[in-house]
Design a protein around this ligand. Structure first.
Ligand SMILES: NC(=O)c1ccc[n+]([C@@H]2O[C@H](COP(=O)([O-])OP(=O)(O)OC[C@H]3O[C@@H](n4cnc5c(N)ncnc54)[C@H](O)[C@@H]3O)[C@@H](O)[C@H]2O)c1
Length: 250
């Protein structure tokens, strides 16, 4: 390819998003780290490896912030080939009985996890449409497939992402934009590692539920994302790949 492939990774400052950003950078793409915190630092670390990266503040639940981020990305690199809708609230959540999740907490999770992906996608869309194509990879989760309890707001948010991936694939197909998803199992991301509550409740039980009975790492997810964004997946759209060591067969 003559021109640079340009990829936006939301929530790319740490965790799964950072691993995805590192992979695209290693593959030669220019990377935009869009995050509410640590974007500039992560981009500086990636740039130090010789890759092209910029870090841009973005709160995905705020439409103006998404538009400003996209404007900065276009200013830096001139186009957007791939959007990885990775940012989401998970690692800071506590397992909570359904009746104990407050309406405010429901709203907070849905605003970021559902509206957030919709707002970033809407902000990126005009440039992809003008280019005549692009790829979008939405970060889902294995939880809506399995019906994981005590995280109902989160499970509902990722179920919505699976549905949006299919409906958007249909809506955007004629523009040459492919929309797919990746659904990881419980992953030892930076955020999860900083939450002893989740480690205690979910690490061992998740390992035991897998055919490949070990911890899932952020690096386990990046290959599926890179594949779905690549021309190798040119005839795939509307699909969500479960990447969880064989805990759930989708
Ligand atoms: N870790 C898991 O077990 C797991 C499993 C399945 C799916 N996921 C999904 O993967 C994604 C990443 O999870 P993780 O565990 O790596 O998270 P993490 O907590 O380690 O990192 C999340 C990143 O997203 C950023 N972020 C949070 N809210 C944001 C907002 N409003 N706007 C922009 N950036 C924001 C954070 O600053 C952080 O850099 C999430 O969508 C999550 O739901 C995680």
């Amino acid at each position: 390819m003559d021109r640079k492939n340009v990829v936006i990774v939301t929530g790319g400052a740490m965790g799964i998003g950072r691993a995805i950003a590192d992979r695209f950078a290693q593959d030669g793409s220019a990377v935009v780290i869009a995050d509410v915190s640590g974007a500039a630092e992560a981009a500086a670390e990636i740039s130090a490896t010789g890759a092209e990266a910029v870090g841009v503040f973005c709160d995905i639940s705020d439409s103006d912030s998404c538009k400003a981020m996209v404007a900065e990305a276009l200013n830096a690199f001139g186009r957007i080939d791939t959007l990885v809708n990775n940012a989401g609230l998970y690692s800071t959540l506590k397992l909570t009985e359904f009746t104990e999740i407050t309406p405010e907490e429901w709203q907070r999770v849905l605003n970021v996890n559902v509206m957030g992906q919709a707002l970033v996608t809407a902000a990126v869309l005009p440039s992809m449409q003008a280019q005549g194509g692009g790829t979008i990879v939405n970060m889902s989760s294995g939880t809506p497939f399995k019906g994981v309890p005590y995280l109902l707001h989160y499970v509902a948010s990722k179920g919505a992402i699976n549905a949006m991936t299919k409906a958007l694939a249909k809506e955007l197909g004629a523009s040459g934009i492919r929309v797919n998803g990746v659904a990881p199992g419980f992953t030892m991301s930076d955020g999860v590692k900083a939450n002893p509550h989740q480690i205690e409740k979910l690490q061992e039980i998740s390992q035991k539920a897998r055919v490949i009975a070990r911890d899932q790492l952020p690096e386990d997810i990046v290959g599926a994302v890179a594949f779905l964004a690549s021309p190798d997946a040119a005839f795939m759209t509307g699909q969500t790949l479960v990447v969880d060591g064989g805990a759930y067969f989708h």
